[in-house]
Design a protein around this ligand. Structure first.
Ligand code: OGA
Ligand code: NI
Length: 312
């Protein structure tokens, strides 16, 4: 295995193969943390019809405008430093990305990746187990709220739309030169929806209207973002926002990410209820596995990922 950044970052200045070209590196520009990305109180969605409608509207607006929002009062117990370090079956520890051997420039991050559903097939540790179950029910709850807002029936995303759940721990050690490198370059997530625990260190940025904006680090909140599949299923109503992770020279940053994915064979297409004569489908049907191959092949070109599936 390639050596983790964590094991050598203290001894070195930034190696050449971590330097991004001028057009994609963060540079010296200061990216302010945005107060506009909505922070939604999920506790309110359980206490009466008006509150619930209000929550639905807030989530839907955020998912349309930013592709990003944060939720608190989410009912998940927070134990973010308790994740498993056990690389067992199906669990892997690696640096930069799965594509280490083929990439010219590496990301300043280390990863632990762990499949987390169905639990009894993959789980060996209670902490990851409890966390995964709770985050799963949070994800399904958020999906139901969005369904309600879009006019899809509750439970629309049962089974094959959501049955692959992955837990990824990103670790970004302090970096000698954050302006030249990235923890993760600009991308949209390939899956349906992502639920991320950012912790208290700043670093996640969203690309909106040609500008980078920072996502406020709120230790008790989950950051949620819309993936490509949800953009397709919503027939373009929701946006899969582009985002990246920057590093900093002072503090290590660890994020815990849950990806909710369809199974490879699931057919993805705009929901029938969201397509009509006035709103023709924007995308053709495809299998999720087919999309993943495209996603890998386009190497982070966010425009190109959905191109083969667009109808004119
Ligand atoms: C990701 C991601 C952001 C972060 O893992 O897809 O966008 O802040 N992570 O770690
Ligand atoms: Ni991402």
């Amino acid at each position: 295995m390639e050596t983790l950044v964590s094991s050598w970052f203290k001894d070195q200045s930034l190696p050449e193969n971590y330097v991004f070209p001028p057009e994609t590196r963060p540079g010296e520009a200061i990216v302010p943390v945005s107060k506009n990305i909505p922070i939604i109180d999920l506790g309110k969605s359980v206490v009466g019809h008006d509150h619930r409608n209000n929550t639905v509207q807030q989530i839907l607006n955020a998912a349309q405008k930013f592709g990003f929002f944060q939720v608190n009062n989410h009912g998940v117990s927070e134990r973010q430093n308790d994740y498993s370090k056990d690389p067992r079956k199906g669990c892997s520890l690696y640096t930069s990305s799965y594509n280490y051997d083929n990439e010219e420039i590496h990301f300043w991050r280390d990863n632990l990746r762990h499949p987390s559903h169905p639990l009894d097939e993959v789980i060996h540790r209670d902490v990851v187990g409890t966390y995964s179950v709770e985050v799963r029910s949070l994800s399904l709850r958020i999906l139901d709220l969005i369904c309600e807002g879009l006019g899809l029936q509750p439970g629309y995303f049962g089974d094959e739309f959501t049955n692959v759940q992955l837990l990824l721990v990103n670790h970004y050690p302090p970096c000698p030169n954050p302006s030249l490198t990235l923890g993760l370059s600009k991308h949209s997530d390939p899956n349906l929806i992502t639920i991320l625990l950012q912790g208290e260190v700043n670093g996640l940025q969203v690309f909106k209207d040609g500008q980078w904006i920072g996502v406020e680090p709120l230790p008790s909140a989950f950051v949620d973002n819309i993936g490509y599949q949800f953009q397709v299923i919503s027939n373009g109503k929701l946006r899969s926002a582009e985002h990246r992770a920057v590093t900093n020279s002072r503090n290590a940053r660890t994020t815990i990410v849950t990806f909710i994915n369809p199974s490879f064979s699931r057919i993805i297409e705009p929901a029938k209820a969201l397509v009509n004569e006035c709103k023709p489908p924007l995308y053709r049907a495809f299998r999720y596995g087919e999309f993943l191959n495209t996603y890998k092949a386009v190497k982070g070109d966010t425009e190109a990922a959905l191109k083969p599936y667009k109808l004119d």
